[in-house]
Design a protein around this ligand. Structure first.
Ligand code: MG
Length: 391
């Protein structure tokens, strides 16, 4: 008797990503005895080296500032939680959406966006650096796990979801996967959902982390409609609530309100357009997974507020400046002397330089830096560049 209780596509809506319509894996593999293909993808991602490093990579706050701030690992888990809830309710492929969410930030450099911007600048003469493309590189090429193929050999739909954005220039080198950026088509619903869940997760946890760090105040946040509404509701309902619980109940209420809007709006759009399968979803002129106009603009208001109040806060900017300096100094140091990198990275840089010149050398250096955790990058900087910089 088979250990498989129901086929992996059972119970999914017609417009969900299903195994029997998938373009599958680049390197064909036999089916597994009791796991579906998207479930295997999720498991491969969880067992990857890049996934484990997410625990020591940050988004806004650097790791050593406190133990309670989000890291890229907890962020990815929160994105997966939000997206799985919606996927289950809409009968989308929950295993696929979870795989995409857990992998979506694998290509991020140390120190969040500051690190990515600095590395992109360093790479400007060598093809640039995009974290989305790097996430794809991690799962397609950089993970070394399997005997018969490079990377994790993930399903087409998982890779499609990981590649959230891509320049047209880079899209041309990606074959079938890059086509939607050239033809202006949509990815599957699971990819659309993971994308929106990512934004919802970071905007809301940045409110929570920003308040905890004392960089944002309740007064300032009250200019944001989504926050004000929930904050006043919780305070009126529970006049004696502690500050910590008040903040949590407010953020919880905000996420619940926005996810409810996302579900209602998307369900309505699916009912109106009735895509008969994932290919019809891809042909649609705009994403079917979305917020209502009103909630969408309130969400944008929150995003703009965080841009101004948190990401441009002088304390965050101070960290951002340091992060950029570390990444840039490391890039220059390695480019000048490959031998100060570990042997496997040095060998790769020499091999790629022989194949494609300075761009090959630079790509190997960028891969090495992008894989670093915050603390690894700080340690390398102090060892190789400036031992006296207290950071
Ligand atoms: Mg993210």
């Amino acid at each position: 008797m088979s250990a498989k209780t129901s086929p992996p596509d059972a119970g999914l809506a017609p417009y969900a990503a299903v195994e029997n319509r998938s373009s599958g894996r680049h390197y064909p593999e036999p089916q597994h005895g009791y796991r579906g293909e998207f479930q295997r993808d999720r498991d491969r991602i969880i067992h990857s080296t890049a996934f484990r490093r997410l625990v020591y990579k940050t988004q806004v706050f650097v790791n050593h500032e406190g133990d309670h701030y989000r890291t890229r690992l907890t962020h990815s888990l929160e994105v997966a939680q939000i997206a799985r809830t919606v996927a289950r309710s809409l009968e989308l492929n929950e295993q696929l959406v979870e795989a995409i969410c857990l992998a979506h930030d694998l290509g991020h450099t140390p120190f969040g966006h500051a690190g990515q911007d600095a590395l992109n600048l360093c790479m400007s003469d060598f093809g640039g650096f995009e974290h989305n493309l790097q996430s794809l590189r991690v799962v397609d090429e950089l993970e070394e796990k399997y005997a018969s193929f490079p990377g994790l050999n993930l399903m087409f739909e998982t890779r499609e979801g990981i590649l959230k954005h891509c320049s047209k220039k880079n899209a041309r080198s990606l074959g079938e996967l890059g086509l939607r950026f050239i033809d202006r088509k949509q990815p599957g619903l699971e990819a659309q959902l993971a994308n929106l869940a990512d934004e919802i997760a970071y905007n809301h946890h940045d409110v929570d982390d920003g308040l905890r760090a004392g960089l944002l105040t309740v007064d300032e946040l009250s200019e944001v409609a989504l926050f004000r509404e929930q904050y006043e509701r919780v305070k009126t309902t529970y006049p004696d609530i502690t500050r910590r619980a008040l903040v949590h109940e407010t953020v919880r209420g905000m996420i619940n309100a926005i996810v409810t809007d996302l579900l209602d709006t998307t369900r309505q759009r699916l009912a109106d357009s009735r895509p008969e399968n994932i290919d019809a979803v891809r042909e649609h002129s705009s994403p079917l997974v979305r917020l209502s106009d009103e909630t969408g603009s309130e969400h944008q208001q929150l995003k703009r507020f965080l841009q101004r109040g948190l990401y441009l806060h002088e304390k965050v900017q101070h960290m951002t400046g340091k992060a950029a300096a570390i990444v840039t100094a490391l890039f220059e140091t390695y480019m000048n002397d490959l031998a100060v990198m570990p042997a496997e990275h040095m060998n790769k840089a020499q091999r790629w330089e022989a194949e494609s010149g300075a761009a090959g050398r630079a790509r190997a250096v960028a891969d090495y830096i992008a894989g670093m955790t915050d603390r690894y990058a700080v340690a390398a900087y102090q060892r190789l560049v400036n031992p006296d910089d207290p950071l």
